[in-house]
Design a protein around this ligand. Structure first.
Ligand code: 48N
Length: 321
């Protein structure tokens, strides 16, 4: 006999112990900021911005962007994909190695990948312990539910992580930019005379990458780097990019293919197996499930954060070789 369908009257609100009044209490801005803002208010009739010429805006943007392209044309590490795993990797590397020049290449205009919602269209994000250690590192508040914790909105985790990563002076995010190939160098082994090592990435504006078939060829740009960390996820127009490219360039025989959802086995497997798949290329996050045939975990994100922690650790083992 199936349980009676829940109707609005029978759904008892989950007692979260929060009084909305307390939670909505807006904390005042520090006096210095609020004083400057207060001076702006109530005098809009005479208000005006400082003068500017349009070319000044263009030059302010393009001068910096092209200086960044020049600086990061030779990077120490390139991270492909600014999802929860790629950003966690970047955070750990940025914090531990301010001497490394790290470029993050993100195909979407908006970095963050699948971590803006906890699952389907639900806001709260679940992370199983011990991943709350990463939330504590970032200072992201959560509710403790025993074996797991809940961040009240996934965007709180992702925006906090993103802001921390972007604050590192040695990290540059190139978003709306797709990696459309890998730079390789011959690295023959006894087992495989055709083996290569990865030595950087080939990039293009994402919109260009998506329209090579209906436009005359628009050649790409390149970034040289001795180490690439690929965290491009398991789906989407560019998902699992690097591992699929390794198969097409005969560096991997075939993909294991992501298996069905099994929360408990998937997260351990992804974290434990985050590793250098071929010389110069570390794979983490859900892209890795496509390599080894790991299960997917669905709407829990602890493995993404800790796979990023492990990917950074694996990178630091080899970056100074
Ligand atoms: O969020 P994703 O897709 O990937 P991860 O591994 O960081 O996090 C995965 C996670 O969101 C899940 O899938 C959850 C846990 N669900 C699991 C499940 O069972 O469904 O981020 C990948 C990022 C995206 O922002 C892409 O736009 C980007 O990588 N990307 C690329 N960027 C540049 N060049 C490319 N070729 C490329 N391909 C993907």
């Amino acid at each position: 006999m199936s349980p009676p369908a829940a109707t609005l009257e029978t759904v008892t609100p989950v007692n979260t112990g929060m009084s909305f009044k307390k939670d909505l209490a807006v904390k005042p801005l520090p006096t210095a900021q609020s004083k400057a803002l207060a001076e702006l208010q109530n005098q809009w009739d005479s208000f005006t911005f400082a003068p500017i010429r349009e070319s000044q805006v263009s030059r302010a943007m393009t001068r910096r962007y092209f200086a960044d392209l020049d600086n990061y044309a030779e990077s120490d590490i390139v991270i492909i994909g600014a999802g929860s795993c790629g950003l966690s990797t970047a955070y750990m590397l940025g914090k531990q190695r301010p001497d490394l020049r790290i470029a993050i290449i993100e195909a979407s205009v908006s970095p963050g990948g699948g971590a803006w919602l906890g699952g389907q269209l639900f806001s709260a994000m679940v992370m199983r312990k011990p991943a709350e250690a990463f939330l504590n590192e970032l200072g992201v508040p959560y509710e403790d539910e025993g074996d797991f914790v809940v961040v009240k909105h996934a965007a709180l985790f992702t925006s906090t992580l993103l802001s921390r990563v972007l604050s590192f002076p040695n990290i540059k995010l190139f978003n709306a930019t797709a990696v459309e190939d890998l730079i390789t160098r011959p690295a023959p082994t006894e087992a495989d005379p055709n083996a290569v090592r990865i030595a950087g990435v080939v990039t293009n504006w994402t919109l260009v990458s998506m329209h090579h078939d209906d436009q005359s060829c628009m050649d790409p740009n390149t970034i040289n780097a001795p180490l690439v960390i690929s965290t491009t996820g398991h789906d989407g127009p560019f998902g699992a990019f690097s591992v699929k490219r390794l198969v097409s360039m005969q560096q991997l025989e075939k993909l294991g293919g992501m298996r069905g959802l099994d929360m408990r086995s998937a997260e351990d497997a992804i974290v434990k197996r985050t590793r250098e798949v071929v010389k110069g290329l570390i794979v983490g996050g859900m892209e890795l499930s496509e390599v080894d045939g790991a299960n997917r975990m669905g709407p829990t994100f602890g493995a993404m954060a800790l796979s990023g922690v492990k990917a950074a650790e694996e990178a630091l083992k080899v970056i100074d070789e």
